[in-house]
Design a protein around this ligand. Structure first.
Ligand code: BDR
Ligand code: CA
Length: 303
């Protein structure tokens, strides 16, 4: 199985991403930051989700707020508890320590280019880990990041939430000496959870039933005229698990970290117009039916 570190802020879509990764990957570490809801809540949710799978994966707390500025949540989308009001069994305690140290410890023990880091939240934990020991980037097979957009944002008209919350950390992550795969809002818009797709997901065990309840609690998005909502974070897991489901292109990406209206905007040069050297593998197209089939298969494998 593919070794992975998952950095997340559950979060309804993070919850599904965690289940997908725990079913199909060798998850060595889950790190958590404040994001969709405050850190105390994202940590409790991550502990609960990992606990439900019965796996003894360490869950370690990290950044409560971005590198610069205050924490701002997305409770309007994810609910005050981050999981749309779905109550999960209390998970095992968090592993003591802080996320950046735990990430470095996992990478120090790893072979060169062997572990995939999957970034599903504002990026401070991974950025701090790799900024303080840059040589450990050589242990990463890739960093798969859910952040940004080449089109419209979802936090501001310009910026996607993870990028908008911590543009400095995202810029640091994009500069790390490891292959970066970027999964943006434009890609996740293709992973639309419609009533038909939700109904087709399995209800076989406690995890699958919890996943269905969590997805059932997400309000349909105005962006898709009520047809459903985009399942963001699992796409960044799927890009590592099943790259054949995606169409990719090399692209040059720069993050706007100014103080203006475009703060957090990812300027994505898909067509080589700037002459900048490509720094990411950009996920552009998704086989959505294949993606939901894989998700269903993963959920049916969990307890
Ligand atoms: C991203 O922000 C959060 O709301 C989601 O969990 C996802 O990581 C999408 O913009
Ligand atoms: Ca997230």
């Amino acid at each position: 199985m593919i070794p992975a570190i998952i950095d997340c802020d559950p979060g309804t879509d993070d919850a599904i991403a965690l289940f997908l990764a725990l079913a199909m990957m060798e998850v060595r570490l889950v790190t958590v930051s404040g994001g969709n809801v405050p850190l105390a809540r994202t940590l409790a949710n991550a502990r609960a989700l990992v606990g439900m799978t019965g796996q003894a994966v360490p869950v370690v707390a990290g950044a409560a707020h971005p590198l610069i500025g205050a924490h701002r949540d997305e409770a309007a989308v994810h609910g005050a508890d981050g999981l749309g009001g779905v109550v999960l069994p209390e998970g095992p305690p968090a592993t003591p320590g802080i996320a950046a140290d735990a990430i470095r410890a996992v990478l120090r023990d790893a072979a060169p280019r062997s572990v995939h880091a999957i970034a599903l939240a504002p990026s401070a934990n991974l950025a701090l880990a790799l900024a303080t020991e840059p040589a450990l980037a050589g242990r990463l097979a890739s960093i798969s990041v859910m952040a940004g957009a080449w089109g419209e944002g979802n936090w501001t008209p310009s910026a996607e939430y993870n990028a908008a919350m911590d543009p400095e950390a995202l810029a640091m992550l994009l500069a790390v000496d490891a292959p970066v795969t970027l999964v943006t809002l434009d890609l996740t818009a293709q992973a639309l959870v419609t009533p038909a797709r939700l109904a087709a997901l399995p209800r076989t065990g406690v995890c699958a039933r919890a996943a269905a309840a969590i997805l059932g609690a997400v309000p349909p998005s105005r962006r898709f005229s009520g047809r459903g909502f985009a399942l963001h974070d699992p796409c960044a897991v799927a890009a590592v698990l099943e790259p054949g489901l995606f169409g990719f292109r090399d692209a040059a990406v720069r993050v706007d970290s100014g103080d203006g209206a475009a703060r957090g905007r990812t300027h994505i040069d898909r067509w080589g117009r700037t002459g900048a050297t490509p720094n990411v593998l950009l996920a552009e197209a998704l086989d959505a039916d294949g993606f939901f089939a894989m998700l269903g298969q993963a959920l049916s494998q969990l307890p």
